[in-house]
Write a protein that binds this ligand. Structure first.
Ligand code: GH3
Ligand code: MG
Ligand code: MG
Length: 320
């Protein structure tokens, strides 16, 4: 009598717990399909119990569920084959596995489920079946994704100059150090370009600060459209820009610098209606010398740029 009561009690517990759960026997036939699982999947216990159709609640094509894999006592890599490295052994139950997976066919726009499957054996260790629980973790996944997105946005913002949309100087110093390390390790050349707008103060004074800002944005566009994919451009200071050119000798960097100088010089600016104004840049180019500090490299590029200024502006000066 007590045993029967226990059986009924357990069956009621299984039926009523809020965790979606099903049980299959060793022949992969469903013997329990609880209310919470009916709600989660839309499949009723009367349709499922006594069949091997449990996969239909989750997949459009027949595929073993985790409980089926556990019953067949498959080796770990077989489970991995089905779950693509997303599974792990459960810390809570012996012989149990757990997986997080996305089910595109579930609900209106798909659901993320966390599920576990645990083998059930008798006292002699003979496999009787398996129990699988499933929890809808879609909301948690959404929050995680939003967090990841906002972290990514924040990271981008923190390395981007808002006016020009180029990388900022903080990122420049970090990237330059990284590229120097790489150049040393692979014994490859590395070059640096430094640009400074000529007579920019005068432009600001004549047309106003906002028009000056527009020039900075225009020059940034010119730089972006003329760069090769491996090169990266930065707003180094107010009206000063840098370009890091990995795997590039000074001579080739000089060619890139000359292309930037020419493109900017040719760009028509219109600070007043129907006005046509041209601005120019002075450019310093240099190459990394193995073993030197990043500050020494920057100073040399700066000195080259200064030489371009003192020898008449609107020109490229290279220092090896
Ligand atoms: P040079 O040819 O010798 O470089 O002359 P310059 O006038 O460009 O150089 P100077 O260093 O005297 O002036 C730089 C000017 O750049 C002064 C400053 O007002 C302007 N500037 C710096 N940052 C910004 C900015 O964000 N927006 C605007 N509109 N102007 C800026
Ligand atoms: Mg300057
Ligand atoms: Mg200037």
């Amino acid at each position: 009598m007590k045993k029967k009561l226990d059986g009924e009690l357990l069956s009621q517990v299984l039926q009523k717990i809020s965790v979606p759960t099903f049980v299959i026997d060793r022949e992969h036939i469903v013997i329990h399909w609880n209310r919470a699982l009916e709600t989660l999947t839309g499949y009723q216990a009367v349709e499922m119990v006594g069949t091997g159709d449990h996969w239909k609640a989750f997949y459009p094509l027949q595929k073993p569920l985790l409980a089926d894999l556990v019953i067949d006592n498959v080796r770990e890599h077989a489970i991995a084959g089905y779950y693509d490295g997303k599974y792990r052994k459960s810390f809570l139950a012996e012989g149990a596995y757990e997986v997080e997976d996305y089910f595109p066919g579930l609900g209106e726009e798909g659901r993320w489920l966390f599920f576990t499957a645990t083998p059930i054996s008798d006292a002699n260790g003979v496999m009787l079946g398996a129990v699988q629980t499933l929890q809808d973790i879609t909301e948690r996944k959404k929050v995680e994704n939003e967090l990841r997105e906002s972290e990514k946005r924040y990271r981008e913002l923190s390395i981007t100059d808002s006016l020009t949309k180029l990388y900022n100087s903080r990122h420049f110093f970090r990237q330059l150090r990284q590229e120097i390390e790489r150049a040393k390790r692979y014994e490859e050349p590395l070059s640096l370009i430094l640009l400074d707008i000529d007579n920019f103060k005068g432009y600001n004074d004549t047309y106003g600060h906002l028009e000056g800002d527009r020039v900075l944005a225009v020059l940034s566009e010119v730089i972006k459209t003329n760069l090769r994919s491996a090169d990266s451009a930065y707003r180094y200071g107010g009206e000063e820009f840098t370009v890091i050119l990995p795997e590039t000798e000074c001579e080739n960097a000089g060619l890139v610098a000359e292309r930037l100088r020419k493109s900017f010089e040719d760009t028509v600016l219109s600070p007043l209606p129907r006005s046509k104004v041209h601005m120019t840049v002075s450019v310093g180019v240099t190459q990394y010398v193995t073993g030197e500090e990043d500050s020494v490299l920057i100073k040399r590029a700066d000195a080259a740029m200064y030489t371009a200024k003192t020898s008449g502006k609107n020109r490229v000066c290279q220092v090896r």
